[in-house]
Design a protein. Sequence first.
Length: 218
Amino acid sequence: MREAFQEELEKFLDKLIMLSNFANESLHKAIKAFDENDNELAHEVIADDLRINALSDEIERDAYLLIALQQPVTGDLRKIFTVFSANSDVERIADHATSVAKTVIRRNPDEEKIERLDDIVKQMGELAQEMITDVIQAFVKGDVRAARKIADRDNELDALQQQIYGIAAQTMEFDTEVIIGGINYIGVANNLERIGDYVTNICERIVYLHSGDIVELN
């Protein structure tokens, strides 16, 4: 019975890894769609969100079943709760990728681009994707030190977001024709910054899983 339970627990974790990969792929597509004004790719991100939501719901149901049917001991129960919580964070990451995609669809095709902001959005997107990849590896390995370092990188996202605020405000002040475009850049930056916050939440869950301590990182 114990061996069968551990197998179910591993499958449960594998679903979280799969969900994270899906969310990261959606983020990659969303940033590419924003950079290239690709409406078709943006619609693909929105369609993918339905698959992500379905898998997230499945993980939630699995958590309830594991607790109700297997009566896990303290350590396993903590793992189930951690995966359950991380599942919610990853699903929200995908939601923010979808929000970026929706910005692309709302965008005027003739909207003037601000190249300096395009570069920073790409930086933010790449950093957020790296953080998602790294935090799942840290989760699987139980690497608390890595989790703390990943959480620290959220400061880099915050700094890039502030750069976008500053450049967008300055540009819109001197050129009223780019106001709507500037607002779109700010919206995308806000979504990417929030993704960093959710990655930090997962880092906190890794620390809790392996120490039992509830901490607030970054």
